[in-house]
Design a protein around this ligand. Structure first.
Ligand code: HEC
Length: 125
């Protein structure tokens, strides 16, 4: 194999890897919050916020949140939790618009974290 061919081959390999790398959703949507355990009390600040931040706040906070659905403060997140929409959209339940829109569904572990926080009454803890 000539040097030129080897070089071309390496170039394809590198370009191939880079393309895959940038296709990774974590890079497009921000790394999902690490989901370690759903045992014990779920802290809103430590567990729920980082998760919603990486998957939802980008579209649902600020002056004109998507779909008029505000998130990003405890009272807004709590309201969405208690009216059933939060769990409905993230678990892709019938009758709800699946969220995050255009992104992949949250992991079962992350959904369990949110569900547990909601079941505890969506406290500001
Ligand atoms: C890329 C932007 C984007 C992201 C990310 C996103 N949403 Fe949405 N969301 C929208 C838009 C646009 C609508 C209004 C259209 C619709 O309902 O599909 C909407 C609608 C909603 C609704 C109302 C849907 C209904 O069935 O009543 C809720 C609740 C919601 N989003 C919650 C969330 C949650 C929770 C997350 C994170 C897990 C999230 N969204 C992530 C754009 C987004």
């Amino acid at each position: 194999m000539s040097i030129a061919r080897v070089f071309l081959l390496m170039l394809f390999v590198v370009v191939g890897f880079t393309a895959c790398y940038y296709d990774k959703e974590e890079l497009l949507y921000g790394a999902p919050a690490p989901c370690t355990d759903t045992t014990g009390t779920i802290s809103y600040a430590a567990k729920v916020v980082p998760l919603l931040q990486s998957s939802c706040y980008g579209c649902h906070s600020g002056g004109s949140p998507s779909g008029g659905q505000a998130m990003g403060t405890h009272s807004a997140d709590r309201a969405m939790a208690l009216n059933g929409k939060l769990l409905g959209v993230i678990s892709h339940a019938n009758g709800f618009s699946p969220m995050p829109k255009g992104g992949s569904k949250l992991s079962n572990c992350n959904i369990a974290v949110v569900r547990k926080w909601i079941e505890a009454g969506a406290p500001n803890n």
